[in-house]
Design a protein around this ligand. Sequence first.
Ligand code: ATP
Length: 302
Amino acid sequence: MKSEKYILLIVNPISGDSDKTLIIDTVKDEVAKRGFGFQLYETSGENDKEKIFSLVKELNSTRILVAGGDGTISLVAECVLDKDIVVGIIPAGSANGIAVNFNLPEDLTDQLNIAFSDCTLKLDVLFINNKLCLHIADLGINAELIKNYENSGIRGKLGYFLQSIPTLINSEAPFHFEVETEDGITNESGVLLAIANANKFGTGATINPNGKMNDGKFEILIFKNLNFIEIFKTINEQPEMSSDFVQVISTSSAEIRCKTNVPFQIDGEFLGEIKEASVNLRKETLLVAVPEMFCKLHTITT
Ligand SMILES: Nc1ncnc2c1ncn2[C@@H]1O[C@H](COP(=O)(O)OP(=O)(O)OP(=O)(O)O)[C@@H](O)[C@H]1O
């Protein structure tokens, strides 16, 4: 184990289809200014988890910076769950759902000020069919859109846009969902069932305005139809969505069953079609540096 204090920077070179040289150089300078050692790890898409695990052990870092999309943030999170290591985020993916949810600024210097700050929160994480979910998972048309995007080979926001209309036209929605929680069983048809620890999708759409990421609960939201007026309301931070449009269930665990196979995604990664999902929450497991306002909104008063 190295004794010097190291900041580890994890970079996904392909995320968001963007060059990361400026990010790497700026972080390197900032780390030097702060008197830490610097270690860069660029993901390859092969055995990254194992390699990051051993770097974390070797360097004894108390802070890791991640430049990538949600997939890269999730990969790093898996390596530091329950550890006293702060994760600082530099959004550099195509949709950046996690960063949008934290309201991280656009400017790199501002992002680094937050990533190096002591304003940290211990977030709950979800495990869905034993796979980590930090942000939002869903069954239905959004997962279908992600599948079509991944298959199209066009990265970035344009790729999503180009896939949205054919996805809507060809979808087999509505789907039938049965949700079992500690409070009972709910049966409902819908175009999309979201499992949300967070508030917003990467598009900025606020689908879960009252969700907190450290309250020991997550929300299941069943969107019953594609009501574009209601969808439009989600651009507000506190949309009032009608119960004809969405049914919300707040819980700390759930079993979800579907009548047919339904497209499924976690944190922007398409994971095939499934009929059953088992959701469990692990309270206050991941330490993340966030903007002050996000910290304030997540201060739980008793
Ligand atoms: N060097 C690499 N070459 C090819 N694929 C890579 C490489 N490094 C990581 N990957 C792959 O990148 C994916 C994760 O990408 P990530 O989610 O961070 O970015 P994104 O898809 O652009 O952004 P977002 O999730 O915000 O849409 C994983 O599938 C991982 O295997």
